[in-house]
Design a protein around this ligand. Structure first.
Ligand code: ZN
Length: 304
């Protein structure tokens, strides 16, 4: 495993992608969770999204959450924005990192934001300019990158074409989102390979959901390809709006547990992240899917 990256950059997305797919929780619980995560050594947290409260009531208190958290100097906080109005709110609130999102699948994009992928890409070009003018960065997230709940298969060329448009418009980096957990190691290889051959200089983040149990296998494949930037959510918080009862993102503590044992540093204290996962579980009031939360690290022993 000598050619794996020495370290990865991990973005904690539980407060946004996770909680967005849970029953609404009080503002102070969100603030407490972000504050606890800020002390684990994680360097990037996707804190909120600036979406219309009618579309996603779970994120209606984004401004309050952002105002109330204790921002750690070592942590970069980001906000997800679905359109230029959301970008204006995020920049006004002082975010220095935006994530603009577009679906590779036209049907999914229309269901989500009521316009075509092409129309969203036009708006994203404006968001990128808005961000840059404010001295902020903008990552473009291509969701349903490996498949769509409505269209099924999304061809690699389609996902690469959408990402390429974002790169041409000035995106600082690209994230591929496996929104419904349809990626497998061979499909990760195909998409990352195709994108890299066209854009070798562009930073790539991968965002896996563990809907079908292939999340960590996908990460391992990506590591072998040299990808060193991943999303994960504490406890495996979240779910899938298209598959009731399905699990959410890959769990942060499971990702840390696996890669650190392969000699890939994350900079995160695993025990502290497991404690944060236990707190997340208390906040949402249901058993979260993380198995490392249940069993602890392999070095945990019990009295004989
Ligand atoms: Zn997601």
């Amino acid at each position: 495993m000598s050619d794996l990256p020495d370290r990865i950059s991990l973005r904690e997305v539980g407060p946004r992608d996770g909680l967005q797919n849970e029953d609404p929780v009080p503002t102070d619980a969100k603030v407490a969770l972000i504050d606890q995560l800020s002390q684990t050594g994680v360097r990037r947290i996707e804190a909120v999204s600036f979406v219309h409260p009618k579309a996603i009531p779970q994120m209606a208190d984004a401004d309050d959450v952002w105002r109330q958290i204790r921002r750690a100097a070592a942590v970069r906080y980001s906000a997800l924005v679905p359109n230029s109005r959301g970008a204006t709110r995020a920049l006004d609130a002082g975010f220095a990192e935006l994530e603009a999102v577009v679906s590779a699948s036209d049907t999914h994009n229309r269901k989500n934001v009521n316009r075509s992928t092409e129309e969203s890409l036009d708006d994203i070009a404006i968001i990128i300019d808005q961000a840059h003018q404010a001295g902020a960065t903008c990552q473009v997230i291509v969701s349903t990158a490996w498949g769509c709940p409505y269209e099924g298969e999304v061809p690699v060329q389609r996902t690469v074409a959408v990402a390429s448009r974002a790169v041409a418009d000035g995106a600082d980096s690209v994230s591929f989102g496996d929104t419904t957990g349809m990626a497998t190691p061979s499909r990760v290889q195909a998409l990352v390979g195709a994108f890299r051959s066209r854009h070798p200089q562009t930073g790539v983040n991968l965002h896996f959901h563990n809907t079908r149990g292939t999340g960590l296998a996908n990460v391992l494949t990506a590591l072998e390809l040299g990808v060193a930037d991943f999303d994960a959510s504490v406890g495996g918080l979240g779910g899938c709006p298209y598959a009731p009862g399905a699990t959410g993102n890959i769990a942060t503590e499971e990702l840390i547990y696996m890669v650190e044992d392969m000699g890939v540093a994350t900079g995160i204290d695993l025990a502290a992240m497991i404690e944060a996962a236990a707190a997340a579980e208390r906040i949402v009031g249901r058993t979260l899917p993380s198995q490392v939360l249940r069993a602890g690290p392999r070095t945990r022993t019990i009295a004989p």
